[in-house]
Design a protein around this ligand. Structure first.
Ligand code: AMP
Length: 398
């Protein structure tokens, strides 16, 4: 195989991130990366960097909608200034119960995944939009979907199954998990010495944690949707269902229809809760840390709730794994927030987890456990795009 530039597309609710890798001849070299950020605003950001970090494009265009944003990416990649892709990999949070394998994208497959938007309501609408646009703007180029849920498919039934009436389970309601491409990339980076009993905490604006045995997912905190599990930036995480019913009844007093009430409840649980809801200040850990320094009690409570919940999940996953060899922190908070790592690991000494304060005083990849810790604790940034490229190359070969 000669030159094979692979475009990776990773869309969020207000941004489209992308990268192009050279993947011919077993090679995996990042050529460029970029993003269009601030969709829905008058002054967004559009940038492209080369592999050395040099900015090749740096613009602040108006980004009234997704169409304008994605056209900027497509036009740049068609301009001749950058390597034109020969295959495209799309990151997708959840394809629903019928789409669980990474695969070639057809229009019918996009329709099928879109019919399960409720399984990742913040992520699916833009992801399917970008897939349709990519088929249109890059005609003749194979597109593949790479799912976050793919990594979690190895969970046993007892972890997947939800305690609900069978008729809903039959509709595909169960635990799927998310951040799977990140978890897969951590396991990939640990090869060939993947520990038998591993816990990875992906702590970003969305946060989740997974128990991994011999490289395979045993359990994960996120559920049917990314709203479940650990409290995160704007999401509740797991919560007494009675709380949602209480809020729903309050909303229903003024809602115009059942579907209006459901939409409003979704906004409360997914966009107004979590660190933002408790702190009444921000979903951004940096803002909360600054506020804590100034004595803000609500920010302190929000962050305590975050670290306390994660420590509880680590404890339960150690029980599930029947021990622990390694704990890995990743994601924006996991990689950068020294205090969160320290606070999570405080009191976990009984589980053999002991941090070295000096080693922990870093941002980015490092081993941060003390020499006497029974469990190795590491910080490893994810390599999600690389995993997507690997799947695309594998699928192209089939
Ligand atoms: P992600 O979703 O993985 O991009 O992570 C976003 C989260 O990482 C936000 O809560 C940020 O506040 C947090 N974060 C990024 N950089 C830092 C930093 N230097 N210190 C603390 N938190 C950070």
């Amino acid at each position: 195989m000669s030159s094979l530039p692979v475009l990776v597309l990773n869309s969020g609710s207000s941004s489209i991130k992308f990268s192009v890798y050279e993947a011919g001849n077993g090679d995996r070299t990042k050529l460029v990366e970029g993003a269009v950020d601030g969709i829905g605003t008058d002054q967004g950001k559009f940038w492209i960097k080369d592999a050395t970090g040099k900015k090749l494009v740096d613009q602040t265009p108006a980004l009234p909608n997704r169409a304008v944003a994605f056209k900027l990416v497509a036009d740049a990649l068609h301009s001749g200034d950058f390597p034109a892709p020969k295959a495209i990999g799309h990151r997708m949070v959840s394809g629903g119960p019928t789409v669980q394998e990474n695969q070639f994208i057809t229009p019918a497959l996009i329709d099928e995944m879109e019919s399960y938007t409720a399984f990742a309501p913040l992520h699916t609408p833009i992801a399917v939009y970008i897939m349709r646009e990519a088929l249109r703007l890059f005609p003749g180029i194979p597109n593949f979907v790479i799912l976050d849920t793919y990594f979690h498919r190895t969970m046993p039934e007892v972890a997947k199954h939800m305690p609900i009436p069978a008729e809903y389970a039959a509709m595909g309601v169960r635990r799927y998990g998310a951040h799977g491409v990140s978890y897969e990339s951590i396991v990939y980076q640990l090869q060939p010495n993947v520990p038998e009993k591993l816990i990875v905490a992906h702590l970003g604006n969305g946060a989740s944690i997974s128990a991994i045995r011999n490289g395979k997912c045993l359990d994960t905190s996120m559920g049917l949707t990314p709203t479940g599990g650990i409290i995160s930036g704007t999401r509740t995480g797991d919560i007494d269902p009675g709380v949602l019913l209480f809020i729903l009844r309050k909303i229903a007093e003024t809602a115009t229809s059942a579907s209006d009430a459901a939409d409003k409840l979704e906004v409360v649980a997914s966009k107004k809760a979590g660190l933002l809801g408790v702190s009444e200040l921000s979903n951004d850990m940096r803002d909360l840390r600054d506020a804590i320094k100034e004595g803000n009690a609500k920010a302190r409570l929000a962050v305590d709730k975050f670290t306390w919940t994660i420590a509880k999940w680590i404890g339960s996953f150690v029980a599930e794994l029947n021990g622990l060899d390694m704990l890995v922190f990743t994601g924006g908070i996991g990689e950068n927030d020294i205090a969160s790592r320290a606070e999570i690991c405080t009191d976990l000494g009984a589980l053999g987890i002991l941090l070295d304060a000096q080693r922990n005083d870093v941002r980015g990849a490092a081993t941060i456990s003390s020499q006497t810790s029974k469990v190795t604790v590491r910080v490893i940034p994810p390599a999600e795009d690389l995993i997507i490229v690997n799947h695309v190359v594998r699928l192209l070969g089939q």
